[in-house]
Write a protein that binds this ligand. Structure first.
Ligand SMILES: *[C@@H]1O[C@H](CO)[C@@H](O)[C@H](O)[C@H]1NC(C)=O
Ligand SMILES: *[C@@H]1O[C@H](CO)[C@@H](O)[C@H](O)[C@H]1NC(C)=O
Ligand SMILES: *[C@@H]1O[C@H](CO)[C@@H](O)[C@H](O)[C@H]1NC(C)=O
Ligand SMILES: *[C@@H]1O[C@H](CO)[C@@H](O)[C@H](O)[C@H]1NC(C)=O
Ligand SMILES: *[C@@H]1O[C@H](CO)[C@@H](O)[C@H](O)[C@H]1NC(C)=O
Length: 491
């Protein structure tokens, strides 16, 4: 009897299901066909537009190369990459038209180029056309207090669509990390696409942090405390990472700015060909400093550190290690040793931090040997670098470390933190000879400094020369060569 009843309900359920299933299938099938038709007709329209002569294409079959860089007037490191890339391309392919999609509204193209010249000393030989986008507000983080990642991503697709509607290029390069625009340009616009990734939108660290229910990436503590919500958040991140990988893998060429980014992109995007193209640093200015052999008995031995007074730079580690170093030396020698902390203070918090550091010096009784140089002009920075024996860097897991490159270019012996970019990319042997030293904790730093000071001036000069030669791989020229050799695959 019980069995019969169950069978009865099962049959009833299946009938009901069946009667919904067929119409459901048919409707979704029709929707799919409709969607494909719409996408296909958009593609055809865009292709027609691509072939026609327009403001961006004076003659038929002229190649249009476009960069997606909504914040191209920001004057940061990412913008330096953009202008150097354009300069390199224009030198080699001068017959193409170059387009930059930007969201800067109240400037003219001319002003943007002037700013690039003023800020980076980069002058483009041939004209660049700017496509001004009106919807940049869609990618601003402030618009999405919750689900920022998702909001900005969907926003970037709309922004990309606006860009594509205004100009259909032949080659599309995303230089700001809006990977979700790539499939748009590739499949609807029929472009060859490439991207230069500074920083992955979602990193494997983030996934593992949420998995460990850490409150760092989600300030709403109730989410981390609630087991269920944190699982939901984890699924959200995993789905996001999945889609990020999908859109990323449709890129024809992928460039990343460091080994750190490379590791993340390789594990998220599952792409085979991904090249490291180091961003161009202005090492030339530092290479101008003459490299002289030190005096045998100098009156002052300088250890210098360059970096903003931010907590993660860990200046207190420098002071503590320096105090240990003084303890290892004879009183005579220690009185000639100087630690000079050069850095910028941006606000009250930084100033407070400087005062705390000064207090620390007093507590450790090293204030006589430590000097603070705050917000000093660039010429003075160069002066101290030219005098210094050791360049000190203590930030843990820095992604790159332009300051480290600058110290090496200026001819100091670098002692950097044994992690992140300094370990992976910068302070690595060059032509089988060392270029500097790495350390991890106070004792380690003090020992390595003592060791560097114990070397003969000749030996130090060898290391300094080698370090200097090695950093040329971060120069503008090197960037141009490697960027062009990757981009060639698209042309
Ligand atoms: C426009 O430029 C002025 C100064 O020239 C600036 O204060 C303002 O914030 C800018 N507006 C936008 C939307 O960028
Ligand atoms: C790569 O870009 C990220 C984000 O701008 C930056 O933090 C990092 O220092 C860059 N790496 C290099 C090698 O410049
Ligand atoms: C996180 O919350 C704390 C207090 O609950 C607050 O002080 C802090 O500013 C918040 N941080 C962010 C990034 O919103
Ligand atoms: C490495 O250093 C040694 C001396 O220590 C030097 O003879 C050699 O030429 C250097 N190698 C290169 C490739 O510069
Ligand atoms: C500074 O370095 C010390 C010693 O390695 C470490 O214990 C501390 O956590 C670091 N502080 C910061 C802010 O990274």
């Amino acid at each position: 009897m019980a069995l019969g009843e169950r069978t009865y309900y099962l049959i009833k359920f299946m009938r009901l299901f069946n009667s919904f299933l067929f119409p459901g299938l048919i409707i979704s099938g029709l929707l799919c066909v409709f969607l494909i038709f719409v996408l296909w007709s958009i593609r055809v329209t865009l292709q027609k537009k691509k072939k026609s002569v327009s403001t961006y294409r004076y003659k038929k079959n002229q190649r249009v190369i476009a960069f997606f860089h909504p914040y191209c007037n920001a004057g940061g490191g990412g913008e330096r990459v953009l202008w150097c890339a354009l300069r390199a391309l224009q030198k080699k392919y001068d017959e193409a038209t170059y387009v930059v999609y930007t969201g800067d509204k109240n400037v003219t193209g001319e002003q943007i180029l002037d700013e690039a010249f003023r800020r980076f000393n980069i002058k483009l030989e041939h004209p660049v056309k700017f496509v001004f986008l009106r919807k940049r507000y869609l990618v601003e983080a402030s618009l999405y207090p919750h689900f920022t990642l998702l909001g900005q991503t969907v926003g970037s697709i709309f922004l990309g669509w606006e860009a594509l509607r205004k100009c259909v290029p032949d080659i599309y390069i995303d230089s700001m990390g809006y990977a979700f625009t790539l499939p748009l340009f590739k499949y609807l616009g029929g472009c060859k696409v490439g991207c230069y990734v500074h920083y992955p939108t979602i990193s494997i660290d983030m996934l593992s942090v949420v998995r460990n229910q850490n409150a760092r990436f989600n300030n709403a503590t109730f989410i981390t405390q609630n087991y269920f919500l944190s699982k939901v958040k984890l699924i959200y991140y995993y789905l996001f990472a999945l889609f990020y990988g999908l859109v990323g893998s449709c890129s024809d060429v992928v460039m990343v700015n460091s080994s750190w980014t490379l590791n993340h992109i390789l594990s998220l995007w599952k792409v085979q060909n991904c090249d490291i193209v180091y961003p161009p640093c202005d090492v030339k200015t530092f290479l101008d400093i003459p490299l002289l052999k030190e005096e045998e008995t100098p009156s002052e031995v300088i250890v210098v550190s360059i970096g903003q007074f931010r907590p993660e730079k860990n200046h207190s580690l420098q002071i503590r290690a320096f105090e240990k170093l003084l303890g290892k030396m004879t009183p005579d020698y220690s009185s000639s040793l100087k630690l000079i902390l050069i850095g910028g203070c941006r606000n009250i918090d930084d100033e407070k931090r400087v005062n705390e550091l000064k207090k620390l010096c007093e507590d450790l009784k090293v204030q006589e040997n430590v000097e603070f140089q705050i917000n000093i002009p660039f010429e003075e920075v160069k002066y101290y670098l030219s005098k210094a024996t050791i360049g000190l860097h203590t930030m843990w897991n820095e992604h790159f470390g332009i300051g480290v490159v600058e110290c090496m270019a200026a001819g100091t012996i670098i002692l950097a933190h044994n992690s992140g970019g300094p370990m992976l990319d910068i302070v690595i042997p060059y032509e089988d000879n060392i270029t500097g030293f790495l350390a991890e904790n106070e004792e380690d730093y003090a020992e390595k400094m003592a060791y560097i000071l114990s070397l003969s001036p000749e030996k130090r000069l060898q290391i300094r020369e080698n370090a200097r030669q090695s950093v040329s791989r971060f120069s503008d020229e090197e960037f141009e060569v490697s960027f062009l050799s990757v981009i060639e695959k698209l042309l």
